[in-house]
Design a binder for this molecule. Structure first.
Ligand SMILES: [Zn+2]
Length: 214
């Protein structure tokens, strides 16, 4: 069985794990494109690190076309960070349009800005999948989001009732920045869903393969 980790900060040492590493673009940090060819990546401008947007978007545009960059993001809206929400919305929308242009899935970080997120999706009407990573919200919110065809990615912390709303078609798995194995995440999610790890594994594989060339 192969384990899929769609949002991680550390590469895996196990050959039966497929990992998409997240890279946050910073204004001052020169990105090493050669290094980036090593594995699957998602690349984006994170709402916590909006600096010189012109430089960051230029970096993003040059990296986003690489074949191993299999998703755009994480990009997002975060009410708990200092950057005004209007600026975050603008940077988010620009990245969403890039994902659309390249037909790559879009990985989203959202904290306390759900109405705004749903409004942007209604406005852009994307064809590519929008995946909310690190989803910890309640079942009602999960239901609302999946009805709008958002995919939800779960990691170490999740609301068990929300898994039910995302399973089977909208569920993904990740470790994020936590020191936890993706295997443990699978075990916990399978147990909360009252299904076997194999059953979960098959569904996650199907969901991942439907969106990513991994
Ligand atoms: Zn995040």
């Amino acid at each position: 069985m192969t384990y899929y980790n769609i949002h991680a900060y550390l590469p895996s040492a196990h050959s039966d794990e497929v990992t998409i590493l997240n890279r946050i673009l910073r204004e001052k940090k020169e990105e090493d494109i050669e290094e980036k060819k090593a594995g699957f990546l998602s690349v984006g401008v994170h709402p916590w690190y909006i600096e010189d947007v012109a430089i960051q978007m230029k970096q993003l545009q040059s990296l986003a076309i690489l074949p191993n960059v299999v998703a755009i993001g994480e990009a997002g809206l975060d009410r708990l960070t200092d950057t005004p929400l209007a600026i975050q919305q603008d940077v988010f929308a620009r990245q969403a349009y890039l994902a659309e242009e390249l037909q790559k899935p879009f990985i989203i970080h959202c904290v306390k800005a759900w109405e705004e997120l749903m409004a942007i999706k209604k406005q852009i009407k994307p064809e590519t999948a929008w995946i909310i990573h690190g989803f910890r919200g309640k079942p009602d919110l999960a239901g609302q989001l999946t009805r709008h065809d958002f995919r939800l990615s779960f990691g170490k912390y999740f609301n068990p009732g929300s898994l039910q709303r995302a399973y089977p078609r909208h569920i993904f798995t990740e470790t994020d920045d936590q020191e936890i194995s993706i295997r443990i995440v699978y075990r916990q999610i399978a147990s909360a869903l009252h299904i076997t790890e194999e059953e979960l594994g098959k569904q996650i594989q199907k969901n991942v393969k439907s969106l990513f060339p991994v």
